[in-house]
Design a protein around this ligand. Structure first.
Ligand code: GDP
Ligand code: MG
Length: 366
């Protein structure tokens, strides 16, 4: 980081797409660095951002193993279902469904979604549609998959059609916002997009240092606040202005962690959103809420509140390489109809994957 700050001049090695230049202390520097875009079409033309969103989703290599091991605890809790269903017979249905309900609750599915799933199974069993334990298990997996795919089907980034596309990353402290932003920058850069980061976490001095490291690591440009405790909204607004003037494709906006119960901090997010939309109509194109996958059901009130205040367009579920708690994800998607767009499976630059509902269901139900 120190070397990045002390770099006297911008360095661009065109051809190998390696970029290194110092972070901009705004007001932004006036030099524009040209970037050889690998895209055939340019932003503003139909399809640029649609294609970018699709490529990011397709190319985020899925490491099924990591997700599978991350959900071992959830899978353990749900394993009891297999035993229950092995000896199921029609006369036993109510008892088995009570135990199944218990297993879903223990696995953080939450009461609302658990009742919904169990009652639909009960109807299908007594209606004669499900005749064996394995049919019940398949129906259970299908109903979870249906919830995830029907209510959260827009898993590709929706980046609009104006340049720059703006993505805001929000969430509580320590969830993985800055890390996810860095990984996302890496994915977008790999597709040839020109990325500008905005250090909108102005509460902690160390926060912009952390983002600068990610900027250096991914070869992205960055706008940071001139002084401590600067207004986040003005940092973001400056960054988007620079993004617009200097032809950046995507501006990735980091924000401070905040408890969803802190009214004034939540209001600050509204100010950030407004400031950005004043510079580019329609921006931010995405407001991604980062949820720590190990949190459990507390992620539901968090998601609800962030969504009420700023309108969340997608979720990034982090730390699935740890001891993640799966059921609550289904509750969030079901209640808020917000898709999970990415999952974090580690701290490295490559550890961001596109969310795949089918793999998720296979990882939580053995
Ligand atoms: N294991 C693991 N750690 C993560 C992941 N995402 C973030 N972290 C770690 O979680 C901590 C907090 O991340 P950070 O991005 O600073 O959170 P922020 O406060 O929301 O910006 C850091 O130590 C990250 O390295 C992930 O997907 N897996
Ligand atoms: Mg952060």
């Amino acid at each position: 980081m120190a070397s990045l700050l002390s770099t006297p001049s911008s360095k661009a090695v065109i051809g190998t797409v390696l970029f290194k230049h110092p972070p901009t202390r705004f007001p932004p520097v006036s030099t524009t660095i040209s970037f050889p875009s690998r895209f055939k079409c340019s932003a503003g033309q139909t399809g640029f951002f649609t294609r970018l969103g699709r490529l990011i989703k397709e190319k985020a290599k899925n490491d099924v193993e990591k997700i599978f091991s991350g959900f071992s605890k959830t899978r353990e809790n749900l394993a009891v279902i297999d035993e229950l269903l092995l000896y199921w017979n029609l006369a036993d249905t109510d008892r088995v469904l009570d135990d199944l309900e218990e297993a879903l609750l223990v696995s953080d599915f939450g009461p609302k979604i658990t009742i919904k799933i169990v009652e639909s199974l009960r109807d299908d069993i007594y209606g004669g549609k499900l005749k064996s334990g394995s049919e019940i298990k398949d129906a259970l997996k299908r109903s979870v998959l249906d919830l995830l795919t029907k209510k959260g089907n827009k898993t590709e980034l929706q980046l609009g059609f104006r340049k720059p596309a703006v993505i805001m990353i929000v969430g509580v402290n320590g969830g993985g916002k800055t890390t996810s932003l860095g990984k996302l920058a890496h994915r977008l850069k790999k597709e040839g997009a020109k990325i500008l980061m905005a250090a909108g976490d102005t509460f902690r001095a160390a926060a912009s240092d952390q983002l600068e490291i990610w900027a250096e690591r991914t070869g992205s440009d960055i706008v940071v606040a001139e002084k401590e405790k600067a207004k986040a909204s003005s940092v973001l607004s400056q960054a988007v202005k620079r993004g617009k003037e200097q032809g950046f494709d995507v501006v990735l906006c980091d924000t401070s962690g905040r408890l969803h119960t802190n009214y004034s901090l939540m209001e600050e997010l509204v100010a950030c959103k407004k400031a950005v939309s004043k510079v580019v109509p329609g921006a931010p194109n995405e407001i991604l809420l980062v949820l720590d996958g190990t949190t459990g059901l507390n992620m539901l009130p968090q998601a609800r509140e962030f969504n009420d205040v700023v309108g969340i367009t997608g979720l990034i579920l982090t730390k699935l390489d740890g001891s993640a708690r799966g059921g609550c994800v289904v509750s969030v998607v079901d209640e808020l109809s917000i898709p999970v767009k990415f999952v974090g499976v580690g701290e490295g630059v490559e550890d961001l994957q596109a969310f795949n509902a089918e793999e998720f269901v296979n990882a939580i139900f053995s």
